[in-house]
Design a protein around this ligand. Structure first.
Ligand code: 13P
Ligand code: 13P
Ligand code: MG
Ligand code: MG
Length: 371
């Protein structure tokens, strides 16, 4: 049986009127490049969309994860798209392109990616979640809810296939030496939460069912560690399989109703609510946000994509959006104060250290009495 791979590769290669949306001409260009990719047999099928200012390439193929041809197709689409963007002087053209030459995989080069390979089931519903103005750790909360919280996912209690729990692969994004650890729920839920509650350090990379069936993949790429400075946030993506022995699509979507607080927003330096929105509202405005997530549902069908369903474009999420805007309004009144502004440790790669540097020599051992 031939396996299908879903590769979601994304980058911010430039946007309209600030960090708001990917311009139509870039989306059209990307669709043309993807079509060529299908014609030349690099990929099987694709869907191109935008999460705010991030260009999202959702691709299916049979070449496995980390495939050089697939990654090169995405990379070249970003590089050529950015060039078009520079000509038209769109904002921050080429923002996430942090390398000069392609080296076989987009990892470590700026773009983010999540990939998953499986043998298609009799029916294969999947969700692709794409967020703007936040970071990979933003998915820790909903992913935990989906696979480990019986108050979110009824199947954990009702469905015998889910009863034996899930295996979480966690990545420490701040270390290169031994970054990965596997934890199993429900047995190790408290240990798992001890790690993934620290969203800027530990991110969920993949989730497998107890029997080893892959069920979720999340991008964990951190731009600042590649660039060594703030160039934009690491707006993340996640791929999740649903139903038939896995959480139902409705259980997956339920995890986004809070809306929980995430790091990102203005200058990647603020805490704000993650608002679930339809593609038509995938546009970060107020204070460059608030952070948003879109969710597209597909059926993977013999290596092709049927759909999408724009899953958050539904009145069922109106209450979450309202709650999010109330939280956003409340948080905004804190201005430059923590915890609306991120902790100093998380501001390391922003422009704040340059400001603090100026004040460095004015500190004194003795209390200063102004004369
Ligand atoms: P599955 O058995 O296909 O997971 O569907 C369960 C269901 O009824 C969803 O609400
Ligand atoms: P992006 O990471 O979405 O480009 O946003 C950058 C930013 O600084 C917004 O204020
Ligand atoms: Mg941007
Ligand atoms: Mg973005």
């Amino acid at each position: 049986m031939v396996e299908t791979t879903i590769s979601v590769i994304k980058a911010d290669i430039g946007s309209l009127a600030g960090h708001m949306i990917v311009p139509d001409f870039i989306l059209e260009f990307a669709r043309k490049e993807m079509k060529k990719g299908v014609e030349t047999g690099v990929i099987n099928d694709f869907h191109v969309t935008n999460a705010g200012d991030d260009l999202e390439l959702i691709m299916t193929h049979h070449k496995g994860e980390g495939n050089a041809e697939v990654h090169e197709l995405a990379w070249n689409t970003f590089v050529k798209g950015a060039e078009l963007g520079r000509k038209k002087k769109i904002y921050a053209a080429g923002q996430d392109i942090l390398a000069d030459t392609f080296s076989g995989n987009v990892k470590g080069m700026g773009p983010g990616s999540a990939e998953m390979t499986f043998e298609e089931r009799k029916s294969e519903p999947i969700a692709v979640f794409m967020a703007d103005k936040t970071e990979p750790g933003a998915f820790n909360y909903p992913i935990y809810k989906i696979y480990a919280d019986p108050f979110n996912t009824a199947g954990l209690v009702i469905d015998p296939n889910l009863h034996d729990g899930f295996r979480f692969v966690i990545q420490d994004v701040r270390v290169d030496d031994k970054p990965f650890v596997e934890l199993k729920t429900p047995e190790e839920s408290y240990d798992l939460l001890a790690l993934i509650g620290s969203t800027s350090k530990y991110t969920i990379k993949k989730v497998y069912r107890h029997d080893g069936m892959v069920t979720a993949a999340i991008s964990t790429d951190k731009l600042c560690y590649i660039a060594g400075k703030y160039v934009g946030k690491d707006d993340p993506v996640a791929i999740i399989r649903a139903h038939s022995g896995l959480p139902a699509m409705g259980e997956i979507l339920e995890a986004f109703t809070l809306p929980h607080l995430v790091a990102g927003w203005m200058r990647g330096s603020h805490i704000g609510p993650l608002i679930p929105v339809g593609v038509k509202d995938s546009r970060c405005t107020r204070f460059d946000g608030p952070p948003r997530v879109i969710g597209l549902g597909f059926q993977v069908s013999n290596g092709t994509l049927l759909g999408p369903v724009d899953m958050f474009e539904d009145v069922a999420f109106d209450i979450s959006r309202k709650r999010a805007m109330e939280a956003a309004d409340y948080l905004r009144r804190h201005g430059p104060f923590m915890p609306h502004r991120l902790h100093e440790n998380d501001m390391e790669y922003t422009t704040l250290p340059a400001v603090l540097e100026k004040l460095k020599d004015r500190f004194s051992a003795e209390e200063i009495v102004p004369k």
